[in-house]
Write a protein that binds this ligand. Sequence first.
Ligand code: BG6
Length: 490
Amino acid sequence: MSQIIPVEPFDYVVFGGTGDLAERKLLPALYHRQLAGQLTDPTRIIGASRAEMDDEAYRDFARAALNEHLKSEEIDAGAVDQFVARLHYVSVDARSDRGWSELKALLGDGTDRVRSFYLAVGPGLFGDISERIRANGLVTEQTRIVVEKPIGRGLESARVLNRTIGEVFNEEQIFRIDHYLGKETVQNLMALRFANALYEPLWNSAHIDHVQITVAESVGLEGRAGYYDKAGALRDMVQNHLVQLLCLVAMEPPASMDAEAVRDEKLKVLRSLKPITEVNADAVTVRGQYKAGASAGGAVKGYLEELEGGVSDTETFVAIRADIENWRWSGVPFYLRTGKRLSERMSEIVVAFKPIPHSIFGTSAGRVTANKLVMRLQPDEGVKQWIMIKDPGPGGMRLRHVSLDMSFADRFEVRNPDAYERLLLDVIRCNQTLFMRRDEVEAAWTWIDPILKAWTETGQSVQPYTAGTWGPSQAIALIERDGRTWHESD
Ligand code: BG6
């Protein structure tokens, strides 16, 4: 059984309280914490957005959100009632004074609890909201602010956003969410590396041949064309989620799990990434865009058909060979790939070890395949260690590549919490370990910006791929040119 430690009372003000993120993720996550008995009185959750609504209507909205986004066995009528009783609503306009005095009156002096503002809104409103929070005197000693990605469209705009928020809040009060860091298996990666003596001595270029990080989605645009077409897969997924995963695989052991210790080590990795510019972008990056095909058993439209305009060079797939220029990783490529409308929803990290230096077995024993460690982030979270064994049975010595398989669902009976459940309460606990620091975000953009620039300058266009496949053939060629192949999960 996992241990539930109640958190101190808080007020969570969710700007964008009627939006998609609040509906799909934030309200269900907070409900789960209620169900687990982690919320203490007089905790309140305050939805804030422009829509006119009263508390009761917001409670109805939340009930509908829970029914829609949770499994029926997760709904406990008593817990739902207790949860919605914590909900309040204020109609607030980020760009005018409307509603701010009502919000202030509702919050009161708030010195008895943590106060957290969650900006589940577009980054264009971060500055306005921060400024009005300050102007209305809403910042208490225990106040924090949570911001969602995208933090900028590039280094310059990220700097502006960081500066704007930084004028109102100290860095310790600012929580930049990357929800991948809250995923159970991502944290397991740290446990695997640093709570076992087994892997760390091998975790370097002497023993590891290469690393693969795949975040594949089967969904398409899901009604987010307006945002996505301006972002593309590199900004939407690589700049944050994939780069963060790469950092956790590649960082030096931090001295502790302390937020600054972990983030200092990730920052060093980011600063060691070999630049990708117009000189090498064509050789080490692939951009793709899906066309009509079949996904999840049905026919699906191509990207351009999903867009209203029908013309776009935005990438819905990207594959990159990243190199880390430091002692530990010199000569060990990190292959990253992510895309929409791929064959299945699957995220995993594959650490491919080097082959044995010499085989004592004759050719009749079969091929000796190199070891692999596969960490499956979703679905079916777990870890597989691929090793060689003797094929059981009488007769000659024949070898077989098999996996030591640890599925977390089979091994443990606890529900796998959604990343937001942990992260939302880490904000209350004021634990920054799983959040991105200002310099990290900016260092990630420092690596990404030249790739975007190179694509524009060299005119590297998107390669079409059929929905329901693993992306354009150029992505296969990218890794095969180096004599390697993408890992096929079984
Ligand atoms: C978000 C991206 O950050 O992550 C989406 O903006 C993407 O485009 C999503 O679909 C994937 O998250 P998950 O947790 O479903 O893998």
